[in-house]
Design a protein around this ligand. Structure first.
Ligand code: CA
Length: 225
């Protein structure tokens, strides 16, 4: 599988390359938006990873230009926590997935692998687990036909869990993804939010989708569960 990574932070870029190459991917790296765009339009890739803030052409305009040229290669955007509008714009422009910095390289590799397997043409803006669906574009969350109103944090928490159904997230991992790593891991913030989320998502339903794995953490029920 051939991957293009356009990321101007050299340290991050080389970490990404190292991890991807260790998994057998062939990786082209570019630190500049104009060069990255040139690569993306002239060489065949299975997946393209674009940072948003780049010298030269930025990630969103690269994406826009690719789609305008009818190129539907799967694109994953790397976004900063603060770039919520850019993220939404990216999904609107046809990005297939995004990852918020800081992230685990392993997580990025797993996402790239999934995108490569799936091929182009089915954006991942809708996450579904059983009768629960979460739309990244409209931010609408439905359980069956019932609309669920979530706060921003609750939304991000549910999104994190729903991206990997069946996978158990520790409290530290959830803290890291939904807040930032500088929160005291001893606090019960995560538990409080999960309870709140569970109340809204599962309510009195006997069919509970948000599960507690005792002594480990939380997960959304997996495909086999
Ligand atoms: Ca950047």
């Amino acid at each position: 599988m051939k991957v293009l990574v356009v990321e101007d932070e050299r340290k991050i870029a080389s970490l990404i390359r190292k991890d991807l190459e260790a998994r057998g991917f062939v990786v082209d790296l570019s630190h500049h938006g104009d060069e990255g765009y040139l690569y993306a339009t002239t060489r065949p890739y299975d997946v393209v990873v674009l940072d948003i803030m780049l010298p030269g052409r930025d990630g969103l305009s690269i994406l826009r230009n690719l789609r305008e040229r009818g190129m539907d290669v799967p694109v994953l955007l790397l976004t900063a926590r603060s770039e919520l509008n850019e993220r939404l714009e990216g999904l609107n422009l046809g990005a297939d997935d995004y990852l918020t910095k800081p992230f685990y390289v392993e997580e990025l590799s797993a996402r790239i692998q999934a995108l490569g397997r799936r091929g182009s043409g089915s954006p991942r803006s809708l996450l579904k687990v059983a009768d629960l669906s979460l739309n990244l574009l409209t931010r609408e969350v439905l359980r069956g036909d019932t609309r669920i109103e979530l706060t921003n944090r609750e939304f991000v928490l549910l999104e994190s869990l729903m991206r990997s159904p069946g996978r158990v997230f520790t409290r530290a991992q959830i803290l890291d993804q939904v807040w930032s790593s500088d929160f005291d891991p001893g606090s019960n913030l995560v538990d409080v939010y999960v309870q709140r989320l569970r109340k809204k998502v599962d309510g009195d339903s006997a069919d509970r989708l948000i599960e507690t794995v005792r002594g480990v953490g939380y997960r959304v029920r997996g495909p086999g569960g």
